[in-house]
Every structure is written in structure tokens, then in C-alpha cells.
Write a protein that binds this ligand. Structure first.
Ligand code: 5U1
Length: 679
């Protein structure tokens, strides 16, 4: 395609993709199927690869692209990000209302009421229609520069329409919806990683990742809750109208927000949501009540770091007391033995809880939880119930919980797996016990379920019951057998409840999964401690299962995000003969085990750039995007690995001095442009 045509097409594709992103991530109302969207994205990526000079940082392909950083920069907030005073009862809410009414001398006002989402407050700055900075609240005055991470949040627009103010800042709460939080913790439990205590910690942990690629994999979302400041254009006079105004600029505004006229209605809004909060897709710990008129907000002003014109009216904690009847153990995919509490059923915030997570033996001991105790349970993140603590005064049983004792098999005179009876072990330095039998039926079933799951090979039609059935019927023993099921169609059809159509759909889905990208395959194999994020990094590094299986421990540890624990686990996995056999069968069946190394063929592959000082032709971010589009990497600090220091106007001293000390090559902006354009 000739260049001018390519540029037009790129612009059209971007507009179309941005529109679909908005429909999907902001309005939760997609207009097209995933496949159509993927097709547009593929076409745009291909054109941008062919014409890197048309690549811009606000392209929808550039949400993830930034290289990991060693530390976050600091952002000074032009206007401090305030925190909120709390009310815990109707009396305290009314006292606040009386205070401000008096200060406002009987002036009439109404209230904007919103959920107080348990996430992380951020400030997003837009200049000339493009996002320039995303920062955490920090201490309110100074926060961390997490722009590259926030760019990966799909509901944050990278650009805004032309009629937006030329410079403005919005503030909002980034959060992990409950479903995403649960999934993340499930995966972490399977990988033996510490769990996030609640969605807030999970959101904060995700947003503060030094590697934006990891943030990009977490299903973060945002609701904008105020306009921080705006310059160059008048904005509406009330909070409510401002929210509508921001909505029209493409920002995601919580549809549960309400404009209310009396403090009684505010109390009613609080009470009704306190009861229904379990039904929300995010965790909220109360409501925020704001005076709607911005001129009155200004008149009321702040006390210390809290505005007088707003208050958080908190919900009561969702906890209940019940009896811990027993501690049972389930077996996970990688053989982890997962303790869980069996409770006297109890209602917690309107949901009956019978079981609760206990994580691991160390956690049980740390909290000193014993069978027979009266315990406090909480819906942590209001999703996965958790035993918070036991009430020691009511203790009858003096015996501490021990996982090996619980699984002690008198016949075998040793602790044994509750499903297959094999020996159990706890690797040094780890918190989990494991079943030693790779062929344990509980593990086999979960491995197949995991292999076929959405984030892995995405084989529709193979879930919990189908995996159990296929194993029971002896049609599969391990994941590779799935690809040979087509030879057993007749046997499948003989199974009760398996209609011809569902058998064929299942076989088709299995066949289609052969083309899943390598990263999915690595994740699907279920290597202990290798989650989807690590799998992605490994695929990018090795480009094939064979190379990965031959990697040395040192080679693996040297990879960012792979520590000794993961390295040992990968080596042990490929060492096992059974796994080698499975991989050979996957290969023979035609599953993708090798991928083209894309970046190596690009012009700047293997070259590392650091930019210092101000560039004239483009922003630093833009320069970095262009470098990366050609396969290079862009870093913040000069090290021995740096190929070039790009020196712009008024460079800071440190990078230059370091480059001189190390003898790093230095180029100016013109030379960089030449490299980018291959002149
Ligand atoms: N929804 C919402 N959350 N939240 C948090 N609005 C809101 N406003 C806040 C905070 C800290 O502060 C402003 C009232 C200053």
C-alpha cells in the first residue's frame, strides 16, 4: 500500500478501534464480536509495523509497549488530592449536614452521591487532547508517575475529543472488579504465590508494577469521580453537570451516581446500597456525599487535607461470627494441598457462607485458628469468604492445627494425599504442601480443566464436568490426549449425554486451539509458579518450547520476573519424562510449540536507548515508542547495556556523566531521527 493510503487507513482503523474500545470498556455495551475487533487490531498493527513513522503514542496498539522501569518518577500535583472525612452513622451524617448548612447561611444546595470504591485514587492529565501523565495520589501533594501502567487500563482514554479543554486533569478510582480479583487470586494460589488480601491491595499492586506488561494483564477498570482542574476553556458550574461533561468526553462515570435533594434521601441511598452492595461488580466501603454546587464547594473550602464540602459515609463491615466445624483439604492443579474452613452456615451481608479460605498452614498458625473455635468470617473483597480470626475466650479445643497430622494415614503410617493416598511434601522455603503423585486424579482433572480454560487454550466445551467424564471413561489421561480424541469420536458418542453436535463442537474447538500463541501453551502446561504473565515473558524470550526446555538455571534467573523458585520449577517440569512425552505428543498433533522471533528482524533489535534532555521533534514518550516499534528498547538509566544515550536540549547531569564514565555512544536528536528513518 502506498504511504498516503496507509496513513489514511491507519487513521480510520484507530478511530474505529477507539470507538469499539469505548463501547466495550466504558459503556459495557460492545457492538462487534471479539473476532472482528481482533481483525481490526491485527490490520492496524501490521500497517504500523510496515510504516513505523506513522506510529503515535495514542494509537490503540500502544497501550502496552513501555519497557519496565527501575523505579517510578515523582509527580507534583498542581492541586493537592484531598482525602475524605468519615461518617459512620446517620447522626454523624446529619451533624456534617448541619455544620455546612450553617456555614452556607441557609443557601440552597443539593448532593451528588457516589459509591466509595475500594481502589486506588489516581490523577490523569490531558494536554492538547492526549494523556500525558497518570499519577498515584501519594501523600496528596506528590505522587508516583505511573503513566505507562495507567495507559494499559482500557477504560482510560488515551486521547479526548478536540472540544475538550486544552489542559485539564481528572481524578478517579482505579479498581479491580470482583471477578478479576477472584480470578487473579485463584491463579496466584495455584502458583503458590501470596494472595492479595482484598481488591484494593490487588489494584494497588497491579498499578504499581514496574513492568507495564504485567499491569496490562490485570483487568483493571476506572471510574472518574471529579475534574481536578481545567485551563483554557470554561467547564460546568456543578459537580453533576461536570460528570456528564466528562462522560461526553469519553470518560467512564459510575452509572450508580445519583443527584439527591435532601439529607434524608442521602441516608436512604446509603442504607439501600449497604444492603445491596454484594450485588455490585466492585467492592465499595461506603458512599461519598458531595455538595453539588462548585461555587459553594469553594466557599466551604478545606480543613487540613479534607474538604468540608464532601464526606464518606461508610458501610458497616461485612463480618459474622460462626463455628469452625472442621478444616478440610482440597488438591489443586499443581498438587497443592489447600486447606479450607468448613463452617456452621452463617449469613454475611446477605450471603450464606459454608466454606472459607484458610490459604496455608502458616497462615492458620499465625492467626492461631483451631478446629472448634468460634471464628469471625469476612467476605474479603466481599467475594471469597475468609476466616479473619478466632475468639480465644470461647476456645474449647486446645489442639493446634497441623496439616500433616490432618492427613496422617494410619494404614500407611505417614501423611497422605486425601485423593490418591500418595506421599505429601513441602519444599523448603514454600508455604504449601504438595501431593507427590503427578498422576493424582484430582491433579489430572484440574490440569485438563486448566489447559482448556479461557486464559489458556480456550477450548470451549471442556470444563469441570467434561474433564471428569473424559478421565472417568478412560478417553484421556493427560492434556495431550485431547488432540487424539478425534480418533475416538464413536466412543465419545456412546457416552450418555454427549450429543453428536456437542461432540463435534468440542472436537472442533480442540482442533482450533492448536493455533493458540506459544505464551498460551506455556501457561496451559501448568508449570508450577508459571502464571500467564510469566508465560508471556518466557515466550518472548525463548520463542519455543524446545529452547525453553533446554534453558539453564542461570539463563532463566537472568530473565526479568523469573526468580530461582520459578527457574527450578521450569527445570523440574521439563526434566520429568512424563512431561517430555506429553510435549512430544502435543508437537506431533500440531500444537504451536514454536514461534517466529519477530523483533530480531527489526532494525533496532537488541539496541538499548536512553533519552536525556528535551527533544524538539517529538516528546520523549513518542521517541521511545518509535524506538520500540523498530525492535529497540528504551530505558530510564544508563547502564553497561545501553547502546546509545540520546542527548536532547538541557540534559540532566547524571545520565550524561554515567555515559561518559562507561564510554556509552552518544547521539543527538537529528542522529536519532536518522536512525529511525534509516537515512
Ligand atoms: N466516588 C468518589 N470517590 N471519591 C474519593 N468520589 C470521591 N471523591 C474523593 C475521594 C477521595 O475526594 C474528593 C471529594 C476530594
Amino acid at each position: 500500500m502506498e504511504a498516503a493510503k496507509a496513513r489514511d487507513r491507519i487513521e480510520k482503523l484507530r478511530a474505529e478501534i477507539n470507538h469499539h474500545n469505548y463501547r466495550y470498556y466504558v459503556l459495557d455495551d460492545p457492538e462487534v464480536a471479539d473476532a472482528e475487533y481482533d481483525g481490526l487490531m491485527r490490520e492496524l498493527k501490521a500497517l504500523e509495523e510496515e510504516y513505523p513513522r506513522f506510529l503515535t503514542p495514542d494509537s490503540p496498539t500502544q497501550r502496552v509497549g513501555a519497557a519496565p522501569v527501575e523505579a517510578f518518577g515523582v509527580v507534583e500535583h498542581p492541586l493537592p488530592l484531598l482525602s475524605l472525612g468519615n461518617a459512620f452513622s446517620n447522626e454523624e451524617l446529619t451533624a456534617w449536614y448541619n455544620r455546612i448548612s450553617k456555614l452556607l447561611d441557609g443557601q440552597k444546595f443539593n448532593f451528588a452521591c457516589e459509591h466509595k470504591i475500594d481502589g486506588l485514587a489516581v490523577a490523569l492529565t490531558y494536554i492538547d487532547g492526549k494523556i500525558t501523565t497518570g499519577a498515584t495520589r501519594g501523600n496528596g501533594v506528590r505522587g508516583e508517575d505511573i503513566t505507562q501502567n495507567l495507559r494499559t487500563v482500557r477504560s482510560i482514554p488515551l486521547s479526548v475529543p478536540k472540544d475538550a479543554p486544552p489542559r485539564f486533569e481528572v481524578r478517579g478510582e482505579v479498581f479491580l472488579p470482583r471477578a478479576g480479583f477472584e480470578k487473579l487470586n485463584r491463579e496466584r494460589a495455584e502458583e503458590g504465590l501470596p494472595l492479595f488480601a482484598n481488591p484494593r491491595n490487588a489494584a494497588a499492586g497491579s498499578v504499581r508494577q514496574l513492568d507495564p506488561r504485567i499491569t496490562a494483564k490485570r483487568p483493571l477498570d476506572i471510574y472518574i469521580y471529579m475534574l481536578g482542574w481545567a485551563e483554557g476553556k470554561a467547564t460546568p458550574p456543578t459537580h453533576w453537570e461536570t460528570m456528564n461533561y466528562l462522560k461526553n468526553l469519553g470518560f467512564k462515570i459510575n452509572p450508580n451516581n445519583r443527584l439527591l435533594n435532601s439529607i434524608e434521601q442521602v441516608a436512604e441511598f446509603h442504607h439501600s446500597w449497604e444492603e445491596k452492595r454484594g450485588s455490585l461488580r466492585y467492592e465499595a466501603d461506603g458512599i461519598v456525599v458531595k455538595v453539588n454546587q462548585l461555587d459553594l464547594q469553594k466557599r466551604l473550602g478545606d480543613v487540613g487535607r479534607e474538604p468540608r464540602w464532601a464526606i464518606a459515609y461508610k458501610f458497616a463491615a461485612v463480618e459474622a461470627t460462626t463455628l469452625l466445624k472442621s478444616i478440610e483439604i482440597s488438591v489443586g492443579r499443581t498438587g497443592t494441598l489447600n486447606p479450607y474452613a468448613v463452617l456452621e452456615p452463617v449469613s454475611v451481608g446477605g450471603v450464606t457462607i459454608k466454606h472459607a479460605a484458610l490459604h496455608n498452614e502458616d497462615d492458620i498458625r499465625r492467626k492461631d485458628i483451631r478446629v472448634g473455635d468460634t471464628v469471625i468470617v469476612r467476605r474479603a473483597g466481599e467475594v471469597i469468604p475468609e476466616v479473619v480470626k478466632s475468639i480465644k475466650d470461647k476456645r474449647i479445643n486446645k489442639e493446634e492445627f497441623s496439616l500433616p497430622d490432618k492427613l496422617f494415614d494410619k494404614g500407611k503410617k505417614r501423611p497422605a494425599c486425601p485423593v490418591c493416598g500418595a506421599e505429601i511434601f513441602r519444599p523448603e522455603g514454600e508455604v504449601m504442601y504438595y501431593c507427590s503423585n503427578a498422576a493424582c486424579p484430582a491433579q489430572a482433572q484440574q490440569r485438563i480443566e486448566h489447559f482448556a480454560s479461557r486464559g489458556a487454550m480456550d477450548i470451549r466445551g471442556i470444563g469441570e464436568s467434561q474433564s471428569a467424564m473424559l478421565l472417568k471413561e478412560g478417553l484421556v489421561k493427560d492434556v495431550s490426549d485431547l488432540y487424539y480424541l478425534k480418533d475416538k469420536r464413536e466412543q465419545l458418542l456412546n457416552i450418555e449425554r454427549m450429543a453428536e453436535l456437542s461432540v463435534d463442537n468440542m472436537l472442533n474447538a480442540i482442533d482450533k486451539s492448536k493455533n493458540k500463541p506459544l505464551a498460551r501453551v506455556i501457561f496451559a502446561l501448568g508449570i508450577r509458579h508459571v502464571g500467564s504473565e510469566t508465560a508471556e515473558i518466557l515466550a518472548r524470550q525463548f520463542h519455543g518450547i524446545e529452547a525453553l526446555s533446554k534453558a539453564s538455571r542461570e539463563g532463566l534467573i537472568n530473565i526479568e520476573a523469573v526468580g530461582p523458585k520459578i527457574a527450578d520449577s521450569i527445570i523440574a517440569f521439563f526434566h520429568a519424562e512424563e512431561n517430555q512425552r506429553i510435549i512430544k505428543r502435543l508437537k506431533d498433533a500440531g500444537v504451536t510449540l514454536q514461534e517466529e522471533a519477530k523483533t530480531e528482524t527489526l532494525r533496532l533489535a537488541g539496541q538499548e536507548f536512553v533519552v536525556t534532555g528535551r527533544l524538539e521533534a517529538f516528546s520523549r514518550q513518542e521517541a521511545e515508542t518509535r524506538i520500540k516499534a523498530l525492535g529497540g528498547t528504551a530505558k530510564d538509566n544508563v547502564t553497561k547495556k545501553t547502546s546509545y544515550l540520546v542527548v536532547g536540549a538541557d540534559p540532566g547531569g547524571n545520565k550524561l556523566a554515567k555515559a561518559q564514565e562507561l564510554g556509552t555512544g552518544q547521539i543527538n536528536e537529528k542522529e536519532l531521527l536518522r536512525l529511525l528513518r534509516q537515512e
